[in-house]
Design a protein around this ligand. Structure first.
Ligand code: NAD
Length: 358
């Protein structure tokens, strides 16, 4: 299967190289027959082609089976008319990647939590408060005068239903509970619509319990009672913020895998940003992108009914766990001594069944 690799900015190229090494190992062990193609996006393509998202990349995406996308420094990009397009947001709207799936599990000696966390955040991915991508033309943000800025939130029944269905399908195979996170006490119409559609979908899954929780309480309960959550479904911005919180609570922003999926294509993407503060220093934790790649293999395995891909996904997850288990083989964000390459080598060794030296 063909995977298009877009390394992105900041630590993107470093963690992408690390992830490709792990994929190469998994490919050799499981006979996946992966065909990897690379293309530049972000600041590199801006310098060379005048845009952070070349048309050729957009045209190629529907022709491949999956995409591996490194984090991008879109905060640094120029305005759209000067070539600055956020590839992450643009791919989600262009290819209708309505669900962003972000699992998060605490590891006993890495977390500050007193109770275990094992949850999945399913985040609506194409609209909500994200004004750079929630309009057909123009943006949802504008300034009527120099001292006033307005932002429009967009919530549609169709997108809410789609993301709710993804959440209930996931919960069916887990602990059978969905928590719908909202702020309907304040944004009554838009989050009222979100809850209305989630409840409709919930009625089709009588074996799954639906709980509704206000977003501020959720932020607190993730710390106090993380074990009460199984699958969280929520709108775009709430899901973005809560998933960073959950990831960091589990040990580090660098730990959580993430895919954005639609009906036709899946994009694997780290949960975190491009970490410009540590870019080029060889110390980024590649776990998030490696686990995202494993989620992509799992998605491909389910979509194409291919057990090799399902097995490779599980093997990568197990290898990452094994590498993380040893405090001596962790990266700096987890208090460990290893850089990106050395940690990746441990994951590759674990994947090949080689036990790292004590
Ligand atoms: P960030 O997630 O890049 O970094 C936050 C902090 O976490 C930093 O201290 C960073 O060093 C650390 N960190 C993040 N990932 C890490 C990793 N893998 N290993 C070790 N430490 C890691 O968030 P930010 O600093 O707010 O944003 C930086 C840039 O990333 C901005 O341009 C922002 O727009 C962009 N961004 C991109 C995405 C994306 O591509 N999907 C998501 C969020 C932010």
């Amino acid at each position: 299967m063909r995977v298009l690799v877009l390394p992105g900015d900041g630590i993107g190229p470093e963690i992408t190289e690390a992830t490709l090494k792990v994929l190469e190992r998994a490919d050799a062990a499981h006979g996946l027959g992966l065909e990897i193609e690379r293309a530049d996006i972000g600041l590199k393509s801006l310098a060379e082609q005048g845009t952070t998202l070349p048309d050729a990349v957009l045209r190629r995406i529907p022709e491949v089976d999956g995409v591996l996308l490194g984090p991008v420094s879109h905060y640094e990009y120029p305005t759209r008319d000067k070539g600055g397009i956020n590839p992450s947001g643009a791919l989600r709207t262009e290819f209708k990647l309505y669900a962003n799936i972000r699992p998060c599990r605490s590891r006993p000696d890495l977390t500050v939590l007193r109770k275990p966390m094992d949850l999945v955040i399913v985040r609506e991915n194409t609209e909500g408060f994200y004004s750079d991508r929630n309009m057909f033309a123009g943006t949802g943000e504008f300034m009527p005068d120099p001292d006033m800025a307005l932002s429009v939130r967009k919530v549609t029944a169709k997108a809410c239903r789609a993301v709710a269905r993804t959440a209930f399908e996931l919960a069916q195979h887990r602990r059978k509970k969905v928590t719908a996170v909202h702020k309907a006490n304040v944004v009554k119409l838009s989050d009222g619509l979100f809850l209305r559609e989630v409840r409709k979908v919930a009625a089709e899954y009588p074996e799954v319990t639906l709980e509704e929780l206000i977003v501020d309480a959720t932020a607190a309960l993730l710390i106090r009672r993380p074990d009460q959550f199984d699958v969280i479904v929520t709108t775009n911005m709430f899901g973005d913020i809560l998933s960073d919180e959950a990831s960091e609570l589990s040990g580090s922003l660098g730990l959580g895998g993430s895919i954005s999926e639609g009906d036709g294509i899946c994009v694997a993407q780290a949960q975190h940003g491009s970490a410009p503060d540590i870019a080029g220093q060889g110390k980024a934790n590649p776990t998030s992108l490696i686990l995202s790649a494993a989620m992509l293999l799992d998605w491909l395995g389910r979509r194409h009914d291919d057990p090799r891909y399902l097995a490779a996904a599980k093997a990568i997850e197990a290898a990452v766990e094994r590498a993380l288990d040893d405090p001596g083989s962790r990266t700096a964000d987890l208090g460990g001594p290893l850089g990106t390459d050395a940690f990746t080598a441990r994951v590759c060794d674990a994947l090949a069944g080689v036990v790292a030296p004590a």
